[in-house]
Ligand binder design. Sequence first.
Ligand code: ADP
Ligand code: ZN
Length: 432
Amino acid sequence: MVWNKEFECMSLEQIQKFQLEKLKETVGWVAAKVPFYKKKLEEAKISADSIKSVEDISKLPFTVKNDLRDNYPFGLCAVPLKEVVRVQASSGTTGKSITGPYTTDDIEQWRECVARNLWAYGVRPGDVFQNAYGYGLFTGGLGVHQGASMVGCTVIPISSGVTKRQISIMQDLEVTVLSSTPSYALTIAERAEEMNVDIRKLPIKIGIFGAEPWTMEMRKEIEERMGIEAMDIYGLTELCGPGVAYNCSEKNGLHINEDHFIAEVIDPNTLEPLPLGEKGELVFTAIQRKAMPLLRYRTKDITSLSREKCSCGRTLVKMERISGRSDDMLIIKGVNVFPSQIESLLLDIPEVEPQYRLIVKKSGYLNYLTVQVETKKEIFKKGKPTLHQIENKIMYHIEQSIGIKVKTELMEPKSIERSEGKAQRIIDESVK
Ligand code: ADP
Ligand code: ZN
């Protein structure tokens, strides 16, 4: 069962026809309303009329995060401020945050996109929905809230933080669905264990996690510790917030709401579009928004697209789970390393907790990496020689898999700060 069969199960021909129509409308709209795009489109000699097929999207100019920063706060807004009914902002994970303005219709569409996600995860009217995403400027809280209300859930707008309370609410109100960042879910699971509450025995059955990269190993860890199905939700402030792409029953890849957002994957160096199946930078064009429809927005998120038939019946294009953002890629002794590669390896080591930090230091011209990871309580007690052996084991695994020697330090249990929102796992001391 899908939330919106008409749009989630269209044939490729229908979806492309729909996308073409909306793309032309959007190009016309921004050319008329946003001086930044008017200039860019004129320079590229493109108008709405010159777009004859969806593939012509590759002729459009790109938009990058700095364009949003340079035009902060409302330079890219295509409607007068009196039509803007809400402004949200990005979390600023990678620098100054940017704003996302919405019209009433934009909010309506956003809600619809999130409702599709939740329905695909198995959320239904009557579910008791604990929304532990931060409320406020961050799109996670309100975005998920709106979708859950639309589905007909009993929404608990608890926001993030005050973890002890999260657990009492989960017990007292017989919560069936939890949404948060994956790292905060882990914090909740850990706190519950300290409080001797077995979440696996509570009615909760679905977890909805996103807003930061997380590995399959992390999913398994959370699923086992909470006794739930953990589903992936993806989105970004520049497009609306959460709700852009979502897991279905296959739990393999995320369907993209492509009647709202045309997705491309490009080679970040040549900027040329890549064929289906090839990994590169994800680029989105918002084709139904009014307040801030971005053309070819470069997300810096790394993934690939697939149009293979999905057993859930949805025909929407799928993206592979995001392995990281290019901004997070570390270059260690000349080798490219994604934090997710390290996470996957660490979570396979039974003696450590899924709590880690990556410290980058510079020596001469090269960057060096130190991986700090917490030890399980019973292991830590065993003393230095055992810890040393485990450190060597981890170093060996990392070297075998990634090809570089990195220093590994086993840390005392609970010594690494816990996340309540997006986890900060990289500490870059190389730029000092
Ligand atoms: P910021 O860039 O400041 O973190 P946002 O809060 O808008 O701003 O976050 C959007 C970004 O969060 C995405 O571009 C992506 O890098 C990351 N993200 C969101 N959802 C997921 C997900 N399910 N998996 C991996 N990364 C995600
Ligand atoms: Zn599917």
